[in-house]
Structures are given as structure tokens and as C-alpha cells.
Design a protein around this ligand. Structure first.
Ligand code: MG
Length: 202
């Protein structure tokens, strides 16, 4: 199983990090050892001093496909969930400066909390609210209507390069409001009004 991340998929987030708005999806890969399930605690890694939360809609692929056209992409996923793409921003900034890959800044152990999944038909995919609360205060509030590339566009683009397989996950990018977490923080994530994530940073 592989995990594909999409970077800079919300204009306001691209701007807040001083990045250009991309003309094609920005993709990166993460290992399955990064996944953190069942609201297990996130352990702050010793190699970073600036870990940021990025709340993201996650799509679970349900069948094998490559070179999928956008108009058929809906057949390749049945469920969506909520995830956090924890990012060691200090390591990522160093890598970006040197033009090096982000792998360790994104894909370290436990960097990808994931909720349980919900049937996609329960949602209007172009209008889903994503909310992240840190210690009870809203720190991120986005909506999928502001995604630069829709789920179906992302699947078309990804599947040109990577054969998608059942169980693969796509983290579709974060809205603005990313920021640091600290040991002791409690994070709660909501898909529309339903709380799907609730865990601590230790
Ligand atoms: Mg992200």
C-alpha cells in the first residue's frame, strides 16, 4: 500500500508558505509505516523542533487502475476519511532550500494519523467542511470547494505515473492555518460536523 500526498492544493495555504500556486498537482509519496490509526497518540519526533499539523481530506482507492480519465475516476474510490499530514517544517525548509526531496520531513514514523472512513455518497464532495481544533480552538477551517484540483483530477494525474491499487491512500492537501504542535496538545478533526479525529501529542 502506498500513500500519495498532494502539496499546495489550496491557494491560501500555498500563499501562507510563500509558494507559487501550481499549474499541476504537486505529488509526493510516503511509506505505510507513517500511518497512525485509531486515534493513537502522536509522539513528537526527536529530530524536529517545528512539527506542523496539516488537516486533509483522505481518499481510499478501492480498485486497481492506471491512466484513469477524470470522468471515470469516481469508480476508483468509495470512501473518504480525515487525516493529518504532520510535517517537520524545519527539515522540509532545509530540503527545499537545497532542492532536495521532502521524504523524511513528511513520511517519518507516525506522521500520518488517519480516521476511520465514511462512504463518499454521504457527502457532496465539492462542499465538505474540514475543521481542526487544537486544545479546543479552531486552527484550520477549510472547504473542499477551495481545492485547486478535485479528487477526480488528482486521481487522473496520479494514475498517469503510479498504478493505483486497492487500499492506497491519497492525502489531498491542506487548507490554510497550518501551525506548530507541542507535546500535550489535543487535536480534534471534523468532517462537516462529525468528529473523526481526537488524539494527543505526547
Ligand atoms: Mg500536506
Amino acid at each position: 500500500m502506498k500513500i500519495i500526498g498532494v502539496g499546495r492544493n489550496y491557494v491560501e495555504h500555498a500563499k501562507e508558505l510563500g509558494n507559487e500556486v501550481p499549474s499541476e498537482p504537486v505529488l509526493f509519496l510516503m511509506p505505510d509505516s507513517a500511518i497512525l490509526r485509531k486515534n493513537d497518540a502522536f509522539y513528537y519526533p526527536s529530530f524536529s523542533e517545528d512539527v506542523h499539523h496539516e488537516l486533509e481530506l483522505v481518499v481510499k482507492i478501492c480498485r486497481v487502475g492506471k491512466n484513469i480519465q477524470q470522468k471515470f475516476a469516481y469508480k476508483y474510490y468509495e470512501e473518504i476519511g480525515l487525516g493529518i499530514d504532520f510535517t517537520a517544517r524545519d527539515l522540509q525548509s532545509q530540503a527545499k532550500k537545497k532542492g532536495l526531496p521532502w521524504s523524511i520531513a513528511k513520511g517519518f514514523n507516525g506522521s500520518l494519523p488517519i480516521s476511520f472512513f465514511r462512504p463518499k455518497q454521504d457527502f457532496d464532495l465539492d462542499n465538505i467542511d474540514l475543521v481542526l481544533k487544537k486544545n479546543g480552538e479552531t486552527v484550520q477551517h477549510g472547504n473542499t470547494k477551495d481545492m485547486l484540483f478535485s479528487i477526480d483530477q488528482i486521481i487522473e494525474y496520479c494514475s498517469k505515473f503510479f498504478t493505483l491499487k486497492k487500499g492506497d491512500l491519497i492525502y489531498t492537501g491542506t487548507p490554510s492555518g497550518v501551525g506548530p504542535v507541542q507535546i500535550g496538545d489535543r487535536l480534534e478533526g471534523f468532517l462537516n460536523d462529525e468528529k473523526l479525529l481526537d488524539f494527543e501529542v505526547r
